[in-house]
Write a protein that binds this ligand. Structure first.
Ligand SMILES: Nc1ncnc2c1ncn2[C@@H]1O[C@H](COP(=O)(O)OP(=O)(O)OP(=O)(O)O)[C@@H](O)[C@H]1O
Ligand SMILES: [Mg+2]
Length: 268
């Protein structure tokens, strides 16, 4: 049995070490707008780290740094021992991202969406692809959806297809951007269970960006909260149940106040 520092590949018998992510003093500005201001935290091998924060706080921008799609204005991001911006990082570390909107190809069936990466990179024969795609569909309970097109799927199924497609890449590091947004509470809980299952079964290092308080409280090993570009909280879900910082309490447990409504304070 693999130990906590080993990733058992869901599709082969290979065992590869789980990777860590280290975000060190990461700053990012677009023009004169500071989006990330010296953010520091790390994700341990095989851990689920959930990064929360209000809309526009820079969560998606931070994820893009981890997969090397953005260059830091200051500080650095390391994946395992590699710099996230270096081309070789994506050759050395298998990482996959489940994008906020799914990013499925509408003209391809579910099966072909999952097979695309393997075909494009010539990673398996058609028999091998059938086995890997079939396994991913089975893990996500999507066997009946293989020949459907994305437009024929519900929002929850699309999210599951996006996760299945990421799994086919056999990731050591799995990143999720808002995996439960736009889903009903039961489907959100189901997706949370799937994220936890993938971590528990395969020890995939997992970084989830989400507003979903229940997801964070129930499946995170650790949680960070971004606000105004800074990490204002780093701790365990237990620490979040009765937050000491009033900013954290106001974010996680907002009170609806019709006498003094927030919409009157919105920036225009
Ligand atoms: N390429 C870009 N150029 C200029 N500004 C950008 C760019 N990408 C993001 N931003 C800005 O950075 C800020 C943070 O955006 P980001 O998408 O990371 O927010 P978020 O925390 O993911 O929000 P949400 O919860 O709504 O998804 C926003 O003000 C956004 O307009
Ligand atoms: Mg976002």
């Amino acid at each position: 049995m693999p130990g906590p520092s080993q990733t058992r590949n869901p599709f082969t018998e290979h065992e590869t070490p789980a990777v860590s992510v280290a975000i060190e003093g990461l700053s990012k500005s677009f023009g004169n707008r500071v989006v990330l201001d010296q953010v520091t935290f790390s994700v341990q091998p095989g851990e689920i780290f959930v990064l929360m924060g209000p809309s526009g706080s820079g969560k998606s921008v931070l994820l893009k740094h981890v997969i090397g799609l953005e260059q830091p204005s200051g500080g650095r991001v390391q994946v395992d021992q590699y710099d996230a911006t270096a081309e070789e990082t994506r050759e050395k570390v298998r990482m996959a991202i489940v994008f906020q909107a799914g990013a499925l190809f509408n003209s391809l069936t579910v099966y072909d969406n999952l097979a695309l990466y393997l075909r494009e990179h010539d990673l398996a024969s058609e028999d091998g692809i059938r086995e890997k795609v079939g396994r991913a569909l089975q893990i996500l309970s999507l066997e009946g959806a293989a020949e459907k097109y994305p437009s024929e799927l519900s929002g929850g199924m699309k999210k599951r297809v996006a996760i299945a497609r990421a799994l086919v890449m056999e990731p050591q590091l799995l990143l999720y951007d808002e995996p439960t947004s736009e889903l009903d509470p039961v489907m959100s809980a189901t997706i949370s269970e799937i994220i936890a299952l993938l971590k528990n079964e395969y020890h995939v290092t997992t970084l989830v960006v989400s507003h979903d308080r229940d997801l964070a409280l129930n499946i995170a090993d650790r949680v960070g909260i971004l606000m105004d570009g800074r990490l204002i909280f780093l701790g365990t879900p237990a620490d979040l149940r009765e937050p000491k910082d009033p900013r954290v309490a106001a974010f996680l447990y907002p009170q609806i106040d019709l006498q003094n409504p927030r919409y009157k304070q919105l920036e225009t």
